[in-house]
Design a protein around this ligand. Sequence first.
Ligand code: ADP
Ligand code: ZN
Length: 607
Amino acid sequence: MMERARKILQDVFGYQEFRLEQANIIKTLLSGEDVLALMPTGGGKSLCYQIPALVREGTGIVISPLIALMQDQVAALHQLGVKAAYLNSTLSFDQIRQVENALLNGRLDLLYVAPERLMTADMLRLLDRAKLALFAIDEAHCVSQWGHDFRPEYKQLSILHERYPGVPRIALTATADARTRDEIITELGLDGAAQFISSFDRPNICYHIHEGDNHRQALWRFLAKHHPHDAGVVYCMSRRKTEEIAGWLCEMGRKALPYHAGLPAEVRQQHQDRFLREDGLIIVATIAFGMGIDKPDVRFVAHLNLPKSIEAYYQETGRAGRDGAPASAWMSYGMRDVILLRQMVEDSPGSELFKRVMHAKLEALLGLCDTASCRRQVLLAYFGEELTKPCGNCDNCLNPPEQFDAAEAAQKALSCVYRTGQRFGANYVIDVLLGKQDERIKRFGHDRLSTFGIGSDIPQSEWKSIFRQLVLQGFLISDVEGHGSLVLTEKARPLLRGEQKLMLRKRKRKKGLKSERAAKTSTPVRQVELSPADEPLFEALRALRLKLARQQNVPPYVIFHDSALMQLAMIRPKTASDLLLVNGIGEKKVSAYGEAFLAEIAKFPRR
Ligand code: ADP
Ligand code: ZN
């Protein structure tokens, strides 16, 4: 049966080799056993159930929480000649009838269904009468009530196990720490399932985290330098901010659209469609945007606020570069985010346990933001994976931050907070440290404190950075009333008494061996793989793809991925059988598009 699976991989999907654990997962499902598959976004989860559904007799039922995603997946499968359909609320009564008949007559390889629909009595009765190949439970982490995508309907999916004991199930997710993994197993009754955990590393994503105040300027510099024409997503915390930033990007000459839950459904749909179908569009969104987006050529994901946890950060950044080509995950955050998020956890109505879990998640994220070592190492360590060497593709690797022994400076800072009565914000305390001649300081008598002027050897900007890092690392917190006054924590004590060492980052990064220049050359740009001579052909092929996509009203990548076009531009095949050499081009696509693309390629003879 694996023979057949491999043949389908090559003939239908046009791929030469299985990736990660795909082969093992498929083998297990084909033998009728249950599977829990953890794979990073873009790892190729869909093939893990699509191929077994094609090999096994009957229809594979795919439970997927998002309607938009379903439609695109089915459209992509049709392009490959696979008999697929979906059932959801967008279909008319007649259309539903047709799909149901196809299912009962064994004319479907794959059927996508939303979880709430699957659980209806009608649907279950329908399934009772159909021949089933397998159940695939996509985005299985939605079953976790600790997660940010909790969907109560998912909890009922254990019924599948009881009602259809002979049908193998596969649960798939890209986000799972050990706790979520256990929850998936318990809630879905997957105790006996074989587990396949692929590396969570996304080597094509370059991570960059930046702390500072001027987000817009920082974002603009990042876009101008690394992604002057690319499509991407910018995440913001508030609805208002998404609109402001989108408007501003348009003024700056980029194509940008806002997306948030407050927009009318049609507008959201329209913006999402444009993002999928046009080239180089930027979506500025709250986290309401993303889970349903399966666009493989998102070249960057930028955060203008802190996400809530590393899981959220990983999932959101994971939307970049699913096609495997270089992509960026960039974040700029401010101290206000840190203070706000800590407060939100504190004020949340949940139980004490819930708060402790949330606090721990937030602190883990702050640790990632603050680290001076390889981001990828910290990120993967969080998911229980060890990366033995620094990655060479994150900001800290490319441009190592300089650190200094900050024990004494921190001691001065904390002591000054203490002596001024823990009633002031960082700016005031810094003025006291610097020994400023200031009316207010005199009025409070703080010019007579032992800490007055003891920090004049360090410039104000450097002090600001020190205070930020002290807040980030939890030595100081902002007061509960939210006036921004700094208060010492328990953790500050050993530091204050000089019993603890502390290294902090200097504001300026080292300009060492791997400085700007190195950062530039290893920077995610598509062109690195394409020689200038092949560019015009690549652009022509892109235009052709767009035209064909428009005719059929499908996203361009459903026809061919960027990576396939790049290969076409580089190898310039002359015959239909040459086309099959390209990774990602199978037989169906050759017969549908081969002629048009070969004709275009013929217009660009090699010189
Ligand atoms: P996920 O659902 O895990 O995010 P997808 O199933 O959407 O990922 O796959 C991501 C991309 O990788 C898709 O474009 C898919 O066609 C491609 N892909 C999957 N398996 C392979 C493979 N074995 N070889 C090459 N490309 C693959
Ligand atoms: Zn690194």
